[in-house]
Ligand binder design. Structure first.
Ligand code: ADP
Length: 483
């Protein structure tokens, strides 16, 4: 990895108890844009995960007892180091994940912003006093860290999905063990290197990188020393992990799949809607859980909107993420590419009209062309399943009531977007959409100050904002009597 300015950020071992640990076996981390092996990483096992949990359990008491201001100081140092090394961290991220370098650097800034936010919030974990039922008693409410936190994170945001969880956990006074996705361990390990340099004590932040997700996952969901488990990934695996957490009654946060509707009403500013849609759909080549999945356009503006949208899509440039001007990188794997292609071909066969794209850029590669389909109907798989690729699937609608009902007709409930300039409609639709997050005249809504999370089968728990900190705090009621 010649072009890293700081070569020490490339790590190939897991990190716990403040040290790097090898393993008997290794696994390849490859660049999805080229298929080249970037580095071989020590393949941590379930036993290694147990050791990491032991280190987090051992460090908990002291970390929780540190004054909040001291934890905040260490987190701010970590934040600062992430920004100082934003170029290198961005490059590592692009190399292992594929997204364009500008987006990758953006993700580092975004991930770091959670560390900063929670560093500040650490100092504001206020308790409460409540008027009691008797003159000689007082009701006190203390907020205390839940304990050791374990997390499993996906490959689509290799830095930010860890930063969002770890920053809140550490700010609250919890210690933390994460298993990153096996496709993207390098970003996680670089975060560990910077946590180490920031002076975050041994055992507080630990990374276990390994390919046996099932076995490591068992440890992280079943070890009684762990108080809370936080997962971002597919609904299917999430459901399984919730069950695994049941035996030890862990607190659980789940950030699962989505099927985001994007609604364009006739009264919308169409240019603004196109801009929002392009950002919400094509970021990370469509591989985010809040990416627009279904586009509903009101009949009267359908023709105009489609024309403008197709025009806007000509600005997209598909290619290797480290190349200049590229706006869409490869998909993460051949399976992902096959699935996207199948959804598009199926929709075409069932009567959808293909305006552009609709195939891979080159055979045997992971680049899928930005695709526009119209005439999509609710029964098509492309409207029901999470696409996770650069495919826009447009459906038309007539009335507000009808579109709210259609938008909500999914088991998912993560993000939804709509464009309208009518204030009454903005209230009605915001309240009517059964989703955890709603973007009104906005296509990009996630930030550290806001509560990110879903309803229905998109999960529970929130990341970011003070709600995000609550997920890592226990409420303790102290009854003070005999006054
Ligand atoms: P994706 O489709 O984004 O890869 P997954 O839910 O399969 O979504 O993966 C998200 C994370 O969950 C990854 O870190 C992956 O290694 C992990 N994972 C996958 N299967 C399991 C499992 N059976 N137990 C624990 N973790 C798992």
């Amino acid at each position: 990895m010649k072009s890293l300015k700081d070569k020490q950020l490339l790590k190939s071992q897991s990190y716990w108890q403040g040290r790097w640990h090898g393993a008997a076996a290794q696994f390849d981390v490859t660049n999805p844009a080229t298929g080249q092996v970037l580095v071989r990483v020590a393949d941590a096992s379930a036993e290694h995960a147990e050791q990491a949990v032991a280190s987090a359990a051992g460090a908990f008491k002291e970390w929780a007892a540190l004054p909040a201001a001291e934890r905040a100081r260490l987190l701010l140092r970590w934040h600062q180091l992430m920004l100082e090394h934003q170029d290198d961290l961005g490059l590592l991220l692009t190399l292992e994940q594929g997204k364009p370098i500008a987006e990758a650097k953006g993700e580092i800034g975004y991930g770091a912003s959670y560390v900063q936010w929670f560093a500040e919030e650490a100092k504001r974990v206020y308790g409460d006093t409540i008027p009691g039922p008797a003159a000689d008693k007082r009701i006190l409410v203390l907020k205390q860290p839940v304990g050791v936190v374990a997390a499993i994170t996906p490959w689509n945001f290799p830095n930010a999905m860890i930063a969002r969880k770890a920053a809140a956990a550490l700010a609250a006074g919890c210690t933390f063990v994460v298993k990153p996705a096996q496709q993207t361990p390098l970003s996680a390990l670089a975060m560990a290197e910077l946590a180490d340099r920031a002076g975050i004590p041994a055992g507080v932040f630990n990374v276990v990188a390994g390919t046996d997700a099932k076995a490591i996952g068992k440890v992280l969901t079943q070890d009684p020393r762990i108080a809370k488990f936080s997962f971002t990934g597919s609904t299917q695996i999430g459901k399984q992990l919730i069950k695994q957490c049941a035996d030890t009654v862990k607190r659980v946060s789940m950030e699962l799949g989505g099927n985001a509707p994007f609604i364009v009403f006739e009264d919308a500013d169409l240019d603004a809607a196109i801009e929002g849609l392009m950002a919400s759909k094509f970021r990370n080549a469509g591989q985010t859980c809040v990416c627009t999945n279904r586009v509903f356009v009101q009949q009267g503006v359908m023709a105009d909107f489609t024309k403008k949208l197709q025009q806007a899509m000509t600005s997209l440039k598909l290619g290797v993420g480290t190349d200049d001007g590229v706006t869409i990188g490869p998909l993460i794997s051949m399976d992902a590419c096959d699935k996207v292609d199948e959804l598009v071909q199926q929709a075409s066969e069932q009567g959808a009209r293909l305006h552009c794209g609709g195939k891979r850029s080159e055979a045997e590669q992971l680049f899928y062309q930005p695709t526009l389909l119209t005439g999509v109907t609710a029964d098509m798989a492309v409207a029901k399943e999470e696409i996770f690729g650069p495919v826009l699937a447009l459906q038309s609608f007539e009335t507000e009531d009808e579109v709210i009902q259609q938008a909500n007709d999914t088991e998912y409930g993560l993000a939804a977007y709509f464009y309208s300039r009518d204030i009454g409609r903005i209230w009605r639709v915001s309240e009517g959409l059964a989703f955890g997050m709603v973007g009104v005249n906005e296509g990009i809504i996630s930030n550290a100050a806001a509560p990110f999370g879903g309803v229905k089968q998109s999960g529970y728990g929130r990341e970011g904002s003070s709600y995000g900190l609550d997920d890592y705090l226990d409420v303790k009621y102290v009854c003070l009597g005999g006054l």
